[in-house]
Every structure is written in structure tokens, then in C-alpha cells.
Design a protein around this ligand. Structure first.
Ligand code: HEC
Ligand code: HEC
Length: 351
């Protein structure tokens, strides 16, 4: 919320009153016209120092927990059929999602929503598209027991894990001093520890923020300014993760009321979904909670004038009148948010 108001203060009165900006205009000039310099804008997107990941007090980081969590994340024996792991749907090869419009569960059944990426969730506050889980620990147990996802009741999971004797030393190492460490809560803690280390790497945008002028081309630089001014994207996609950790109805047309189900008294939460972070966004379409928007070009068209008009629509969503050139610039900027991340090695699983 604080970041949001800083943004608003910097850009006060700018977002919709600006004249159509010439695509060839210099970003520096545009930003000055908008009342905030490029340097001010860059300041808001500086990424945390490498390795500076927040871990909660009741689940501090240890290498042993991480190693166990990684095994559990990739272990299909956490599903009834023994073929579906967390990574089936949150696949590191697809930026921790699966490139499908909607998730596919343990019986090859289609789920109601798209599999979200797991990038940069250590900094998030609410989980799932509608924010119904308050921590990664709480979230992790959901899909295991969910009949439509992994379909393995927690008590059955614990019995199964105890039967895999090779796991015993890993649980003992991750939770030292506990007499009976193979519990569902420890499974959740280990998986959450692994997930917090899933962080997107340095992108051309970050290099540019640090002063490497040639790291991003001119089109992407213009796109960055549009993102913060005429496009009004930064009203919600704020901070280095490009998310305000909040919920909005952006007019994706379907019957899913999202957060409206959890907070029925708040009319603005009808059809509201979590603001998705935009890191590595070019690597993980199709987009939105229902996978209904297939390309980044189509995302920009959506925000320009294709959103569904309804009572709950966020006041920050208004027709943008973007020119063809401006649309291209926004897409070029979004593409500059992708990092070339190191390959993830698969763990050898205990027997
Ligand atoms: C069958 C596919 C599937 C499997 C298996 C699966 N997930 Fe998910 N996951 C989803 C879908 C779909 C959502 C979004 C559901 C919603 O928001 O209603 C989701 C949401 C999440 C989120 C929330 C992300 C966010 O941005 O808030 C996390 C974290 C997550 N899953 C972790 C896991 C872990 C850990 C496992 C294994 C224990 C797992 N998932 C197994 C499909 C799957
Ligand atoms: C009112 C807040 C708000 C504004 C303004 C906004 N967004 Fe979003 N954005 C969201 C929310 C919320 C979602 C998820 C919506 C859903 O799935 O139904 C989203 C989703 C997206 C996605 C898809 C992410 C994914 O993984 O599916 C992209 C890309 C995106 N926004 C880019 C932009 C751009 C570019 C702009 C400016 C032209 C913009 N957004 C303006 C809140 C906003």
C-alpha cells in the first residue's frame, strides 16, 4: 500500500490526462512532462540484493530443509496415482507454470483456473488467484489433498512417506531434535522453503536500471515510460516484482467471481484476482486466471479497450487509446523483464 501511494504521489494527475505521446519522443522528455524523472521511476523497481530472500521466523532457512523440500516438490508419490508432482503443473521448464490455459489434475481432469508461476512468491502475502491462503506453508498442503489435483489425503501421505525409508535421514536432518519428524506440517515447511528460493534472475531491465544504457533498446525504454504513465500499468504492477500483492477486477470476462467468494461484502472484490507479478512474463503465457489471453500483444489489446465493463471493474482500468507504436513499445518492455535463469537440476528421490 505504501509503495502504491508513493507511485500515486509521483504520478499524480498524470495517467489519463496526458496527450497521446508520439512514439518517437524521447523517454526522458516524456517522463519530465509526467512530473517524475526516469531516475525516480527506476528507483521504484530496484531488485533486492541477491540472496536477500525473506523467510518467516517460524520457518527459517536451512540447506537441509531446502533439499528435502525440493525432493518433495518433484516427488510424484505425493499424488494418489503416483504420477503427478507439484512440478507437473509448476514446471521449471515453463517458468514454473505449464503453458496450458488451465491446469490438468491427477485424473487428467481440467481444473477451474490456470496454473500460476511460482516465481518470487517469498515476497508475496496472499496465495492463490483469489488469495485464500495466508502463507506458502498453508498453501502447500492444499493441492496434495485436493481431489482434483493430487488427491492424496494427508494421513495417507504421511504413512506413505514413512514407508519410504530413504526419506528418514532427510526429515531428521531438516527437523533436528524432533522425535517423529515425518508430519504434514514439516512437509509443508520443507516445500515452502524450497519455493521461497524460486527467484527470477537478472533481466535486461535490471541492467538498465543499474545504468547499462544499452541493455534495453529504445522501444523498451519508451515502453517503460508508458507503463508508468499513459498505460497506467504501474498503478497495480508496482515494485521490482511488478505486483502490489492486491486484488482487482481488470475485466477478464468469465463467470469466476474470484475473491468475491471470500469477501462477499465488498463489491470491488467481485471478479477480482491477484495482481500477477510480471517477471519472465514472456516465458509463461497463456495469460490471466483462465488462460483466455494467449499473447502479450493480446494482453495490451485487452487493457486498451477489450476489457469487460461491469460494476466491479477497477477504476484504474479505462480505455487507453494506445497507438500501434505504443502497443509495440509496451510489449518490448514486458519482454525485457525476462531473465536467462540457470537450469534446474532434478533431485534423485529416496527409495
Ligand atoms: C494439477 C495441477 C497442480 C498441481 C499438481 C499443483 N498445483 Fe499449485 N496450483 C495449481 C493451480 C490451478 C493453482 C491456482 C488455483 C487457484 O488459484 O484457485 C495453483 C496455485 C499454487 C500456488 C499459489 C501461487 C500464487 O501466486 O498465489 C502455489 C504456491 C502452488 N500452487 C504450489 C504448489 C505446490 C507446492 C504443489 C505440490 C504440493 C502444487 N502447487 C501442486 C495447479 C497445481
Ligand atoms: C487495476 C490493476 C491493474 C492494472 C491497472 C493493470 N493490471 Fe495487469 N493484471 C492485474 C491483475 C489483477 C491481473 C490478473 C487478472 C486475472 O487473471 O484475471 C493482471 C494480469 C496481467 C498480465 C497477465 C499475467 C499472467 O501471468 O497471467 C499481464 C501481462 C499484465 N497484467 C500486464 C499489464 C499491463 C501491461 C498493464 C498496463 C497496460 C496492466 N497490466 C495494468 C492488475 C492490473
Amino acid at each position: 500500500m505504501r509503495r502504491f501511494s508513493l507511485m500515486m504521489a509521483l504520478l499524480a494527475g498524470v495517467s489519463f490526462s496526458l496527450p497521446t505521446l508520439a512514439a518517437e519522443a524521447m523517454p526522458e522528455a516524456i517522463a519530465t512532462e509526467a512530473g517524475a524523472s526516469i531516475a525516480d521511476l527506476k528507483e521504484m523497481y530496484v531488485r533486492p540484493a541477491e540472496g536477500d530472500i525473506p523467510f518467516p521466523d517460524d520457518n527459517k532457512y536451512t540447506d537441509a530443509k531446502y533439499e528435502l523440500g525440493k525432493m518433495l516438490f518433484f516427488d510424484p508419490r505425493l499424488s494418489r496415482s503416483q504420477v503427478t508432482s507439484c512440478a507437473t503443473c509448476h514446471n521449471p521448464s515453463f517458468s514454473w507454470s505449464d503453458a496450458l490455459p488451465k491446469g490438468v489434475g491427477d485424473h487428467h481432469n481440467e481444473l477451474g483456473r490456470r496454473d500460476p508461476s511460482l516465481l518470487n512468491l517469498a515476497w508475496d502475502e496472499k496465495f492463490f488467484w483469489d488469495g485464500r491462503a495466508d502463507s506458502l506453508e498453508q498453501q502447500a498442503l492444499g493441492p496434495i489433498a485436493s481431489e482434483v489435483e493430487m488427491n492424496l489425503p494427508h494421513d495417507v501421505m504421511v504413512v506413505r512417506l514413512k514407508g519410504i525409508t530413504g526419506y528418514a535421514p532427510y526429515f531428521a536432518g531438516a527437523f533436528p531434535g524432533e522425535k517423529d519428524p515425518v508430519t504434514k506440517d514439516n512437509v509443508a515447511k520443507a516445500i515452502a522453503t524450497f519455493e521461497r528460493k524460486i527467484v527470477s534472475g537478472d533481466a535486461p531491465f535490471d541492467k538498465w536500471v543499474r545504468g547499462e544504457e544499452t541493455a534495453m533498446d529504445e522501444s523498451a525504454k519508451r515502453g517503460f515510460v508508458l507503463f508508468n504513465t499513459k498505460g497506467n500499468c504501474a498503478a497495480c504492477h508496482s515494485s521490482w516484482r511488478f505486483s502490489d500483492s492486491s486484488f482487482h477486477d481488470i475485466g477478464v470476462g468469465d463467470d469466476d467471481i474470484g475473491r468475491g467468494k471470500l469477501v462477499p461484502g465488498d463489491p470491488l472484490m467481485m471478479h477480482a484476482f491477484k495482481t500477477v507479478g510480471l517477471r519472465n512474463i514472456a516465458e509463461r503465457g497463456p495469460y490471466m486466471h483462465n488462460g483466455s489471453v494467449s499473447t502479450l500483444e493480446a494482453v495490451i489489446d485487452h487493457y486498451n479497450d477489450r476489457f469487460a465493463q461491469r460494476e466491479s471493474l477497477s477504476p484504474a482500468i479505462q480505455k487507453l487509446n494506445l497507438t500501434v507504436g505504443e502497443k509495440k513499445d509496451l510489449v518490448a518492455f514486458l519482454k525485457a523483464l525476462s531473465s536467462k535463469d540457470e537450469s534446474v537440476t532434478l533431485p534423485v528421490l529416496p527409495r
